[in-house]
Design a protein around this ligand. Structure first.
Ligand SMILES: [Zn+2]
Length: 135
């Protein structure tokens, strides 16, 4: 299942970015996925859930933006969105083999992180009153 290894490198990049940003937790991960990326969405979501366990990304939401295939035709110079992938031809003039300019994307677009807990000093502050000696 190659989605598992894709999920693994996706999680690795996101953890890396989160650590650099000083995040305590990642809440959302936004991914751009082209229709011809060759990735099965459900399998990727499943792999994501497994590989995020025990990382900063555990419990975060994977938001996938699906990108349609856009082609550019050399014959009539029209850019069009392909509705289906059964026929790979220019929808405007029918010429075969238009150039694909979008559709193979597999990109980590952005991550949303939670850094609030750091600002409040974490557990040490919350526990201080209980540490006072009682007479
Ligand atoms: Zn055309």
């Amino acid at each position: 299942m190659h989605e598992l290894s894709i999920a693994h490198s996706l999680v690795e990049s996101a953890v890396d970015a989160a650590e650099k940003a000083g995040a305590r937790r990642v809440t959302r991960v936004l991914l751009r996925l082209g229709a011809l990326s060759g990735v099965v969405r459900n399998a990727l979501e499943f792999g994501y859930e497994i590989t995020t366990k025990g990382t900063l990304l555990e419990g975060s939401e994977l938001v996938i933006e699906e990108l349609p295939v856009i082609v550019d035709c050399d014959v009539c110079h029209t850019q069009s969105t392909l509705d289906g992938l059964q026929t790979f031809a220019c929808p405007a003039c029918g010429a075969p083999g238009p150039r694909m300019i979008q559709g193979r994307e597999l990109e980590l677009q952005s991550i949303e992180i939670d850094v609030d807990e750091v600002a409040f000093g974490g557990d040490a502050v919350a526990e201080a009153p209980h540490a006072l000696p009682t007479p």
